[in-house]
Write a protein that binds this ligand. Structure first.
Ligand code: 13P
Length: 256
């Protein structure tokens, strides 16, 4: 049985005050919510504060980050290593988000390198994949997702996906309010799983595939009712403790 994972990607949002209010509010709102892994990825600047607050929380909140670089130490100005993330208790690390692929020209191969580095360090990669609007309209969705996953499989083998998380985020649905329908998302998730199953049915059966793109408390339950949607990667709605907890709760209820 796959265990649902709901993760908040805070993107470039935060201040000490906001991090503190959001995590305290989230802890309160998660009371009684069981059967779902809840994770947050604040900007790295706030990992220290988040680690302290999560340490005092009554409910389990997993700490994550939004990116990692590909070098361990040395002359790499501005970079952050997996060891540093681990040092602050971050375990679930988002890589390959479309905003990084687009604004920082990160290639499939570069993202696959990050994936390997995280695995090597015992961290959980949250590998974001997904198509643009033009690719969607051209019917290329599954091919794009397969290519993005294959960059990992070709270099590290399908077993590398064991314990990792895949987040399917159609780019046109991110921050637009134009979410994919639950049925369309299910169709793509099933195709992604089938693609992995061509290499290993066991790995495909166990890998968590989240949906991301305008997930809100109002539409969350419909996604989680789908058999191949194992959780969500949430942007905007994760900045509100009540909304994010409601999404986590919907996942827990649906996957009981
Ligand atoms: P929104 O939930 O704001 O659409 O963002 C999704 C996302 O990009 C999460 O990584």
């Amino acid at each position: 049985m796959r265990h649902p994972v709901v993760m908040g990607n805070w993107k470039l949002n935060g201040s000490k005050e906001m991090v503190s209010n959001l995590l305290k509010g989230l802890d309160a709102a998660l009371k009684g919510v069981e059967g779902v892994d809840v994770a947050v990825a604040p900007p790295v600047m706030y990992l220290d504060l988040a680690e302290q607050l999560i340490g005092k929380a009554e409910n389990k909140i997993i700490l994550g980050a939004q990116n990692v670089d590909v070098n361990a130490k040395g002359a790499f100005t501005g970079d952050i290593s997996p060891e540093m993330l681990k040092d602050f208790g971050a375990s679930h690390i988002i890589i390959g988000h479309s905003e990084r692929r687009d604004y920082h020209s990160e290639s499939d191969e570069f993202v696959a390198k990050k994936f390997a580095f995280l695995k090597e360090q015992g961290l959980t990669p949250v590998l974001c994949i997904g198509e643009s609007e033009a690719q969607n309209e051209a019917g290329e969705t599954v091919a794009v997702c397969a290519r993005q996953i294959d960059a990992v499989i070709k270099t590290q083998g399908v077993e590398a996906l064991n314990g990792a998380i895949i987040a399917y985020e159609p780019i046109w649905a991110i921050g637009t309010g134009k979410a994919a329908t639950a049925e369309d998302a299910q169709r793509i998730h099933a195709a992604i799983r089938a693609h992995i199953a061509e290499q290993s049915e066991e790995v495909a059966k166990n890998v968590v595939i989240q949906y991301g793109g305008s997930v809100k408390p109002e539409n969350a339950a419909a996604y989680f009712a789908q058999p191949d949607i194992d959780g969500a990667l949430v942007g905007g709605a994760a900045l509100d403790a009540e909304s994010f907890a409601a999404i986590a709760k919907a996942a827990a209820e649906a996957k009981k």
